[in-house]
Design a protein around this ligand. Structure first.
Ligand code: NOJ
Length: 556
């Protein structure tokens, strides 16, 4: 597919909105999961025009940038993370002109734009994979084991469940760490390097401010593709270096990309989606000559407990400081159970966790809908599910809750493993956003919505929460406005302060932050005047009473 701009703009400089050079060190970046954000044409699927029309929401929220999940031409076997043409927009989401308009409009609104790049694998419909001669050298094909090559070349498992190999009609096997429709590229082939450099340039020339790099820890595999000798490899992801994840060789690719990004004006960035076994190994991705940011999934996975939180914060800050990088905090995204539900189904905790995150030094990513306090949707009927992991019985790096015993290609039928309804699959965090109105689709678009929205979301819409000082939306707006107004808050230092059991307290330039992780009130000497709170403190003379599961910013 060839797409062209209908009103072409010359190769552009980034307009450089946001907050000046090194903007990314303390930026708040909002993840738009395009198919679920806003639908402009009534087909029930969000699209680029929909994002453009809703930019005022992001401006009002006070974020610095948006990250757009893949909108490229794709058969959608994995929500667009199976790309058939990296230079074309899928008709579901619009066309190249829409992408160009969106980038320009976002810049005019003072928002930077980060797009997703998917370099570990393509779609099986990509022209390279469709051409057997090209495919042989650009993907990872191997003969099978067994007398007739009937067994996979090694014991690697797909993140989505089942073997990581599929046999072709020709009798050999190809590697796919994710779905069979997502064959892994062979990064030993210089053609692959050249093609991705050209793809990055294509989007940089259109003015994007950076890339979220999908599976940034996966492109290089251990020589000889050795067996792992473990039957549940998904459980090992993020706990150790595996022959297919977090190999040292990936860093050479990131160094090359950093040079490419630096050859453009305007502080263009790369952010790694990398599952590394420790804060130290994750920090390798953000060394000065590599990427700018790497999502801190250890923070996302931390228990709601003072010791767990304090140790993950300390480890993360120490590891990133050792390489001179900021830490990149995140609580929710399109692959994990929304943090309102994950943290015990408690909106109080979710609001407190967010204020904690936004008080920490570094950058933070928000996932669409968390500003509305949306819960995970845990009762989606099987027939509407689209997550490929559901159909392969997998759990993978994103799984939370016990693994399903799974068939290879049929939906698992044994019901959610967790009594809260969290099943570890990813459709429940991808339900389209509620914007306004009393009933589905709540202003998502003029038609329906590709996943059903709950009937009881009318109080959660953007319209319903706007202007209500107790709403989660107004809490996010206030937190982001305050964060902007306190110089040094984003990238400055922090120091822990004494606190009662169950409470974290730390000071930052201009504020003291207290987090009560207990489910009950805790008293402490009044630290100052409250600036912002996830739940109001009671002040009694010289004593402050922190409500259970709360976070409060105090002026000092
Ligand atoms: C990580 C993405 O966030 C996820 O949605 C996708 O399924 C895998 N990478 C494979 O591309």
């Amino acid at each position: 597919m060839t797409q062209e701009l209908t009103s072409p703009t010359p190769a552009r400089q980034s307009s450089g909105p946001g907050r000046g050079p090194r903007w990314w060190r303390d930026a708040v970046i909002y993840q738009v999961y395009v198919r679920s954000f806003a639908d402009s044409d009534g087909d029930g699927v969000g699209d680029l025009r929909g994002v453009c029309e809703r930019l005022p929401h992001l401006k009002d929220l006070g974020v610095d940038a948006v990250w757009l999940t893949p909108f490229y031409a794709s058969p959608q076997a994995d929500g667009g993370y199976d790309v058939a043409d990296y230079r074309a927009v899928d008709p579901l989401f619009g066309d190249l002109q829409d992408a160009d308009d969106l980038i320009r409009s976002a810049h005019e609104a003072g928002l930077r734009v980060i797009v997703d790049i998917v370099p570990n694998h393509t779609s099986d419909q990509h022209p390279w994979f469709q051409d057997p001669d090209l495919a042989r050298t650009r993907y990872i094909f191997r003969p099978g084991k067994g007398a007739n090559g009937e067994l996979p070349p090694n014991d690697w498992e797909s993140v989505f469940g089942g073997p990581a190999w599929t046999r072709t009609d020709r009798g050999d096997w190809y590697l796919h760490l994710f779905a069979p429709e997502q064959p892994d590229l062979d990064w030993d082939n210089p053609d692959v390097h050249a093609e991705f450099a050209a793809i990055l340039r294509f989007w940089l020339d259109l003015g994007v401010d950076g890339f979220r790099i999908d599976v940034a820890h996966g492109m290089v595999k251990a020589p000889g593709l050795p067996d792992i000798g473990h039957g549940q490899q998904a459980k090992l992801i993020g706990t150790q270096v595996l022959p297919f994840f977090d190999q040292d060789g990936v860093h050479a690719i990131h160094r090359t990309w950093r040079r490419l990004l630096d050859s453009y004006d305007g502080d263009r960035i790369g952010v790694a989606e990398a599952w590394a076994p420790s804060a130290e190994r994750l920090a390798l991705y953000v060394r000065p000559d590599e990427l700018h940011q790497a999502f801190n999934f250890q923070f996302l996975n931390a228990d709601w407990h003072v010791d767990a939180l304090r140790s993950v914060i300390d480890d993360s800050l120490a590891a990133t400081a050792s390489v001179g990088a900021p830490t990149t905090w995140v609580l929710s995204n399109h692959d994990v159970v929304r943090h309102t539900t994950r943290l015990g189904g408690s909106l109080d905790r979710a609001r407190a966790a967010t204020l904690l995150m936004l008080a920490l030094p570094g950058s933070a990513y928000l996932y669409q809908g968390e500003e509305l306090g949306l819960p995970e949707v845990t009762d989606l009927p099987d027939e509407v599910r689209q997550d490929p992991a559901f159909f392969r019985g997998g759990q993978g790096e994103f799984g939370i809750g016990a693994p399903r015993s799974g068939a290879d290609t049929e939906p698992a039928t044994d019901g959610p493993a967790d009594p809260s309804g969290q099943d570890g699959f990813r459709d429940g965090c991808r339900v389209p956003l509620p914007w306004s109105g009393e009933h589905p689709p709540y202003g998502f678009g003029p038609g329906g919505s590709w996943l059903p929205q709950p009937a009881d979301w009318r109080a959660l819409t953007v319209a319903a929460q706007t202007g209500d000082p107790n709403s989660t939306l107004e809490l996010y707006r206030s937190a982001l406005a305050l964060r902007r107004s306190l110089p040094g808050l984003g990238d400055g230092g922090m120091s822990w302060q004494p606190a009662p059991e169950g409470v974290l307290a730390f000071s930052r330039p201009g504020l003291l932050c207290t987090v009560n992780t207990l489910g009950r009130d805790v008293e402490l000497p009044l630290p100052g005047q409250p600036l912002l709170s996830s739940a109001p403190a009671r002040i009694d003379g010289g004593t402050a009473v922190l409500p259970g599961d709360s976070c409060i910013w105090w002026a000092i």
